[in-house]
Design a protein around this ligand. Structure first.
Ligand SMILES: Cc1cc2nc3c(=O)[nH]c(=O)nc-3n(C[C@H](O)[C@H](O)[C@H](O)COP(=O)(O)OP(=O)(O)OC[C@H]3O[C@@H](n4cnc5c(N)ncnc54)[C@H](O)[C@@H]3O)c2cc1C
Length: 603
């Protein structure tokens, strides 16, 4: 079975030394009393929960999977899932970042993201049950009526009721404008929903007493396309009463019609959901459902990006342990282990390349992902309007990058770490193949990574004439100006400045081409997102390097090796990973003709 230790030291480095998160959060009145000890304690305890409760049932959950009973139309989760969930709930983890008003602990979203990382390292399939509940909670918090919030949020905060998001239908996934599920108004103000949803994560299970489905559907007179979609709350059991004392009542007409058999995350129930005259209540305004659902989708995209980080970290930890232990061949520079028949494979340069690739993407992704979470807190809770807008703009710009860049890297790194095991990675015994299978879905759901790339270049950059990208660019420029003359920083700052200039130029070029031919955007979007992803990682790697350079200098070169090692990984990132942008930029510039000239019938 794979092993895992929460990467507390690196998490604390990012939170305290790179982001100065406690000071930043204390500017927000609701976190005025937060201190570093509390942050550390929460993360340590959360790490223990993941190590002790989630990791042991990750492999067994994958092997056993979920079971569907057609007689009762219900789903049983793998052995141990419910027990872990009960322990999670009883410890109050579900409400970590939820409002105190609804029984939550009111802690920052940043801590939730740090906890997510560890949950996704140890058991992505399990973590999706409480994760989707948080997404549904946030959507209701923002868009539901007071009465609805009072009814549902306390139970979702305590984890007694879980949540889902029901968008996809058999004929429509990416193109939600085609969805057909119908919602007919009833005399009592409720709606009757009829239709079929597929691929619904956590759609049915035995871990909680009720499941609160957020369902997209159309009113009878709705306009065509995405402008005619409304959002409904459809509980599995219709609640009676309100708040913490609410009880579950009659079984509603929303059922699991079967489970998908799939490549990974087997412990998570991916359900076909039948709505057979189910009773629902509208959330927000008619035909504005997609806007409301975006709250859940954006939160989920950040979460999915962190799934990529979690898998990278756990795959890396296991690959390192194996590489130090496995004896094969001799070091090209001469034996390091002459008394044994061979050297450990960690002596081989290419094995180190694979390990360092995963480490550089994990540590870069952690700094980036945690910063975006801090932007989420800034957007919601900062007292200064300008800061709130800055947080919102950065969240908006970075969401597709978090989702696509971090999950592409997650899959790549899981595969590289499997490769470190050779054939032993491909067989089931070591658990590495599960990481590769689990990591693959992250590139698909919550909007495929292609769709994220189109969102970045289209909506987030070209539609606002690059304004948000310029705000980020200003931060990068300020960093370069502050640190560019420092000789120890040159190796990090110069490539950062270089990629910054290239992104600026490339974006302008693409904007010009897009005006003449929209296919140019479609053809360039995926490599373009990867180039911008590298700009962002370069910035965070340079910030981490700055802290490390200062610490190494302050302690005379090395009481604590952590900082020297950080600089080694930074160097690896800038010298071995960032240069892929040269190929990607050429790829963007090639344009659309090579992709579009062949007639469809010739494929
Ligand atoms: C395990 C699993 C769990 C899921 N959980 C949920 C859930 O909880 N709730 C939910 O509602 N859905 C869920 N989904 C559905 C998921 O979000 C969709 O599968 C995904 O959005 C893609 O839709 P699709 O599968 O219909 O693919 P399609 O939309 O048919 O796309 C097929 C391919 O075409 C590309 N494509 C489509 N349109 C365009 C375009 N305009 N431009 C360029 N390329 C395009 C796509 O990128 C993709 O590569 C889940 C799916 C899986 C497999």
């Amino acid at each position: 079975m794979p092993s895992y230790k929460a990467p507390l030291r690196d998490q604390q480095f990012v939170l305290h030394e790179v982001l100065g998160a406690v000071d930043a959060l204390r500017e927000m009145p609701r976190y005025a009393d937060l201190d570093a000890d509390t942050v550390n304690q929460v993360i340590e305890e959360a790490g223990k929960f993941c190590e002790d409760m989630l990791l042991p049932i990750n492999r067994t959950g994958d092997e056993e999977g979920c079971t569907y009973d057609p007689a009762t139309k219900s789903v049983r989760t793998p052995k141990g899932f419910k027990e872990a969930y009960d322990a999670f709930r009883e410890a109050g983890w579900q409400g970590l970042a939820a409002e105190t008003e609804y029984g939550g602990q009111g802690l920052p979203h940043l801590l939730q993201i740090a906890f997510y990382e560890m949950q996704y390292s140890t058991n992505q399939a399990w973590a999706m049950y409480p994760g989707l509940t948080i997404g549904a909670y946030e959507c209701l918090l923002k868009h539901a009526a007071e009465e609805q919030k009072n009814l549902y949020l306390p139970k979702m905060t305590s984890g007694q009721w879980t949540g889902t998001m029901c968008l996809t239908e058999p004929h429509c996934g990416t193109d939600l404008g085609m969805l057909r599920t119908k919602a007919e108004p009833q005399a009592d103000g409720s709606y009757k929903l009829t239709g079929e949803k597929i691929f619904i994560s956590s759609g049915d299970h035995d871990m909680a007493e009720n499941i609160i489905h957020l369902v997209l559907a159309r009113l009878p007179d709705a306009p065509h396309g995405t402008k005619g979609i409304s959002l409904f709350i459809v509980p599995k059991f219709v609640p009676q009463g309100t708040g913490e004392t609410a009880k579950i009542g009659a079984r509603n007409g929303i059922f699991c019609g079967g489970l998908e058999h799939k490549m990974g995350i087997n412990g998570n129930a991916t359900c076909q959901m039948i709505l057979d005259g189910a009773t629902g209540w509208m959330i927000g305004e008619p035909n504005k459902g997609l806007n409301a659902m975006f709250v859940m989708m954006n939160g989920a995209r950040l979460g999915v990006g962190v799934q990529g980080l979690g898998i990278t970290e756990v795959a890396y930890q296991n690959a390192v342990a194996y590489a130090k232990d496995r004896l094969q061949g001799r070091s090209l520079a001469g034996p390091t282990n002459p008394e044994k028949p061979a050297d450990p494979i960690i002596v081989h340069p290419d094995v180190r390349r694979m390990l360092l690739t995963a480490r550089a993407y994990a540590e870069g992704g952690r700094a980036f992902g945690y910063w975006v979470a801090l932007m989420a807190d800034t957007q919601i809770s900062h007292p200064d309007e300008e800061q709130r807008k800055f947080g919102a703009d950065m969240m908006s710009l970075m969401t597709p990058i978090v989702k696509a860049f971090m999950t592409d890297n997650g899959f790549l790194c899981a595969s590289e770490c499997l490769q470190v095991f050779g054939g032993h990675g491909y067989i089931r015994q070591w658990g590495m193949e599960q990481f590769v299978r689990d990591a693959r879905i992250n590139m698909i759901y919550e909007g495929t990574n292609t769709i994220q790339s189109l969102d970045l270049i289209g909506r987030k950059i070209l539609m606002d004439n690059g304004a948000k990208l310029r705000v980020f660019g200003k931060m990068v420029t300020e960093f370069i100006e502050e640190n560019g003359t420092h000789p120890d920083m040159d190796e990090f700052v110069s490539p950062l400045a270089d990629i910054g200039n290239k992104v600026q130029k490339l974006t302008m070029e693409l904007g010009m081409k897009a005006m003449a031919n929209r296919d140019e955007v479609g053809a360039a979007a995926v490599p373009y997102l990867r180039v911008v992803g590298h700009l962002v990682y370069s910035y965070f790697w340079a910030r981490m390097a700055k802290v490390a350079v200062e610490r190494v200098r302050a302690d005379g070169g090395g009481v604590d090796p952590f900082y020297k090692h950080k600089l080694m990984v930074a160097r690896f990132y800038f010298q071995k990973l960032l240069p892929e942008t040269a190929t990607l930029i050429r790829n963007v510039r090639v344009g659309s003709a090579t992709l579009m000239e062949m007639p469809a019938e010739a494929f």
